[in-house]
Design a protein around this ligand. Structure first.
Ligand code: BDP
Length: 720
């Protein structure tokens, strides 16, 4: 080899090395990667269609649109795209009839009428003999959502020919709930510390805030509750309101409103009043002044999320007032400013009820019709607490006069936290598609939540965020998919889990079918895998004390019975499960008769929730023909097997997925496999002390003893 060739080769290799080093994948870019499109034919089509880009106007939101188009298209198309504000004669045009003379000329009014304030049109449009791609909306926010939609079409490599998209959100408020404390710890947060750097705010604006807003806007999220539901009244002091204002200013152009959690006792803590009684005039006056003060900093402040009389938080019941009294007092002072109250229904009082499942319904159902118009009652998807599987909350369908907001948990408190792969869209969908029968067949939870079942003017979905200051935001690279899926479903609950996964994989990893198909398969089965190795067949609340990470079915003798595991599984010599039928707690009576008929009979009750509603004998026959005990053993083992299958699938993707993320996920899957065995073995050995039956011969046997598992006590687990 000549010297020249050697030098050239060396140069080439160093270039390749430099390029791959420069592209080290840390996951920070989420689904907004905007890398050059590899499909040559499509690239040609896109380049032709999008060569000229026109966005007239210069408001903050239109600037977001321009910046995103410039950055996105330049990356995807591989040349520097400039956005012009002079109406050009072809290419892409984005705007409203007010901001864009071209769009006004096109006469899209009728079509625009159908998409409302936040929706958009994306059209291939001929105008005066020229071809345009048009993003049109009634508001600049709509233009922004249309822009992200167009970028998604490119990222997922879809044709831009004959576009005729008309799209608008089904739910009005699409909100992230951050359980972030002012000291930057995050309750149930597994991805580092809070992204809100309160100490440096308001002077230092971390670029992350902007990227956070971009990511959220791209999936339609339009609100963020910055602080923990277990609230600190400090955030309502002027010092902190200035910091909140700085964040609100960053988020505003992206259509994201800021909300805060309000500690009910703030008038005492900050106002030095003797009471926080919602009917006390001084208390009302204090909140009125406080709200007015907040609006001087943040003129479009969204309102409050309130956790009251739950898990030790103060609330109106401390003064013998109802939840409605408390919520309405706040709502009254927020109403003139356009603010709302999201009053949480996750309550349980100081007395242990006969069944915690019943408490929210018992307290809230009688209050239906007594809330002010700007109050939404925020209800968790299930009646206990974000378990891997819960039947839908009985309040959905039971409060027709009150807009009920959905509360999902994106952060995986009970689903393996920051280390397990569990794609949650199927879980969210399962709840949304459940039929409450409130107004006959097809009265789904989704229709309750989007307001259509009872014609509510406001509607909303909240998701407890899984975001922290880890470089990739969510610790597990696949945690990003849950943030993404929540936003997409809040926008349109009719989307399928598969389609959402498809989009996310293409934008996050690759468009190559060789990657999309296996990754999607992993994702689609992952939540069920977690259910199986943690809490199959309707079991729930079996986790270890406080950290909620590993198994603890033996947890008992705690300050409250309903904080223990034995309270929920009720295993004894005869069988296992919580009888919630007439012979038991009768929580089932909180559901519509159709639901009661289905779930109330162990032979028709879906096995997925069997032990949620029934105490079943160890030897009872299950659908597989096996006894309940054997079936439980099979399900627990099946959960472990599914994780091993995920590992195989992922290993086969080595060399296709970038090294960094491949390695990361591989390590997490190894942890998940180990944890799945831990759950399986600990639970089966423990339940075996009651069932007194052997684990079927053909299944893998536990490696440790029950005593060993019971001694495991993870110290300093995050999120507590
Ligand atoms: C539980 C969490 C606890 C939260 C509570 C809530 O363990 O940290 O404060 O929910 O939703 O799941 O208020």
């Amino acid at each position: 080899m000549s010297k020249k060739i050697v030098i050239r080769l060396a140069l080439l290799f160093s270039l390749i090395f430099w390029q791959s080093a420069a592209q080290a994948e840390d996951g920070y870019r989420l689904w907004q990667r905007y890398d050059l499109i590899q499909n040559k034919d499509l690239l040609k089509q896109y380049r032709k269609a999008l060569e000229d880009v026109t966005v007239q106007g210069s408001s903050p939101t239109l600037t977001v649109v321009k910046d995103e188009l410039q950055m996105g298209l330049s990356g995807l198309l591989g040349f520097k795209v400039t956005v012009s504000d002079k109406a050009t004669k072809r290419g892409l045009v984005a705007g409203t009839p007010e901001t864009s003379s071209l769009i006004k000329e096109m006469g899209l009014e009728q079509k625009l009428n159908e998409v409302g304030q936040e929706g958009f049109l994306l059209l291939s449009q001929k105008h005066k003999g020229k071809d345009y791609t048009v993003i049109a909306a009634n508001s600049e926010k709509g233009v922004m959502y249309g822009t992200f939609h167009l970028l998604k079409l490119l990222q997922t490599q879809q044709s831009l020919k004959d576009l005729n998209v008309s799209n608008s959100p089904k739910t009005k408020l699409r909100i992230l709930n951050h359980w972030d404390n002012l000291d930057r710890t995050v309750e149930r947060g597994y991805a580092g510390f809070s992204i809100w750097d309160w100490h440096k705010l308001p002077d230092y604006i971390d670029h992350r805030y902007i990227d956070y807003a971009r990511a959220n806007a791209s999936i339609g999220i339009n609100g963020t509750v910055l602080t923990n539901v277990n609230a600190n009244s400090l955030v309502l002091t002027p010092e902190y309101l200035k910091k909140v204002k700085a964040l609100a200013d960053v988020f505003r152009p992206y259509g994201i409103k800021v909300y805060l959690t309000a500690r009910f006792s703030s008038p005492i803590e900050l106002g030095k009043l003797k009471t926080a009684d919602p009917l006390n005039p001084e208390v009302k006056a204090w909140w009125k002044n406080k709200v007015n003060e907040i609006y001087t900093y943040i003129p479009d402040f969204g309102g409050f999320t309130v956790k009251a009389n739950s898990e030790g938080q103060p609330g109106p019941q401390n003064y013998n007032r109802s939840h409605a009294d408390g919520a309405n007092m706040m709502a009254e002072v927020l109403a003139p400013k356009g603010g709302i109250v999201m009053w949480r229904a996750f309550v349980y009082d100081n007395n242990v009820p006969d069944d915690r499942h019943k408490q929210a319904y018992t307290e809230f159902k009688p209050l239906d019709g007594t809330f002010q118009g700007n109050v939404m009652v925020q209800v968790k998807n299930g009646a206990i607490d974000f378990q891997p599987r819960e039947p839908f909350h009985p309040l959905f369908g039971a409060m027709p006069k009150t807009p009920l907001m959905m509360e999902f948990q994106i952060t995986q408190e009970y689903l393996g936290q920051g280390t397990h792969l569990a794609y949650l869209a199927p879980m969210f969908k399962e709840t949304l598609e459940s039929d409450t029968y409130a107004k006959g067949n097809g009265s789904t939870v989704a229709k309750v939540v989007d307001g259509s079942l009872n014609n509510h003017a406001i509607s909303g979905m909240a998701g407890v965020a899984n975001i922290g200051n880890d470089i990739n935001w969510t610790s597990h690279p696949f945690g990003q998919a849950n943030w993404y899926a929540f936003g997409r479903l809040a926008w349109d609950h009719a989307l399928t889990s598969e389609d959402i996964a498809d989009e996310w994989i293409k934008m996050t990893f690759s468009n190559s079918p060789a990657q999309v198909a296996p990754i999607k398969k992993m994702m689609m089965g992952s939540r069920e895998a977690v259910v199986n190795y943690m809490t199959p067949m309707g079991l729930h609340h079996l986790m270890g004390w406080s950290h909620h990470y590993g198994p603890g079915p033996w947890i008992k003798d705690k300050p409250r019975a309903d904080w223990t595991s034995v309270y929920y599984h009720r295993a004894d010599e005869k069988g296992i499960g919580f009888d919630r039928t007439k012979t038991g707690s009768n929580a089932l009576s909180q559901y519509a008769p159709e639901v009661q008929a289905l779930w109330g009979n162990p032979t028709t009750c879906p096995e997925e929730v069997l032990l949620w509603f029934h105490h079943v004998a160890w030897d009872a026959k299950t659908k597989s023909g096996r006894t309940l005990w054997d079936e439980l053993c099979y399900r627990y083992s099946g959960g472990v097997d599914s994780v091993r299958t995920m590992q195989k699938t992922w290993n086969a993707l080595e060399g296709q997925v970038d090294k960094e993320r491949h390695q990361q996920v591989k390590q997490y899957l190894a942890i998940q496999e180990k944890d799945a065995r831990w759950w399986r073995d600990a639970c089966l050995l423990y339940f075996q002390t009651f069932s007194k039956r052997p684990i079927p011969q053909e299944l893998e046997k536990p490696q440790g003893t029950l005593e060993e598992y019971m001694k495991i006590d993870p110290k300093f687990a995050p999120g507590i």
